[in-house]
Design a protein around this ligand. Structure first.
Ligand code: 4NP
Length: 151
């Protein structure tokens, strides 16, 4: 799960998908990262932590890290929150960039509509709630679309 700062959107996406995988009995490796590295080592934004917590998800122990090209070796799927994030993933990935691994997160729900998860960083708490809802719908779709669940 990748955004710009890895403090607002992608920490929520990591926390939400991890929780849903736990409930579904899936042992997927899930991480998040940011393309700009400006907040390396920081915990998620307090409003992301608050909104997660209201939804019974604890993301307080996450630490921001920069996306690295080796992530292409470690992960099968790389979900970007927005188009500008994909541009930066390409730049970081260089020769390791594999376009088939990279998708907009919301493509899982609305394929080919170029729908982005908006950056809530400069706004108020309600922006974090709406981002949470979008990401939650997308994470449900990821499990539906990619898990080989027998039930
Ligand atoms: P995020 O939000 O990409 O959802 O973590 C941002 C947080 C910080 C910055 C940009 C986006 N920043 O440039 O500091």
């Amino acid at each position: 799960m990748v955004c710009l700062g890895n403090i607002c959107r992608s920490p929520l996406a990591e926390g939400i998908l991890r929780e849903k995988c736990k409930k579904a009995g899936l042992d997927w490796k899930i991480e998040s990262a940011g393309t700009n590295g400006f907040h390396n080592g920081e915990a998620p934004h307090y409003l992301s932590q608050k909104v997660a917590s209201i939804n019974n998800i604890d993301i307080s122990s996450q630490q921001s890290r920069k996306f690295v090209k080796q992530d292409f070796e470690r992960f099968d799927k790389i979900y970007a929150m927005a188009e500008d994030v994909i541009v930066e993933i390409k730049q970081i990935g260089k020769e390791q960039y594999i376009s088939s691994k990279v998708n907009l997160l919301m493509d899982e729900v609305y394929p080919k509509q170029n729908k982005e998860v908006p950056d809530p960083f400069y706004g108020a708490e309600d922006g974090y709630h709406s981002v949470y809802k979008m990401i939650e719908i997308a994470c449900d779709a990821i499990i539906k679309n990619h898990a080989n669940l027998s039930t």
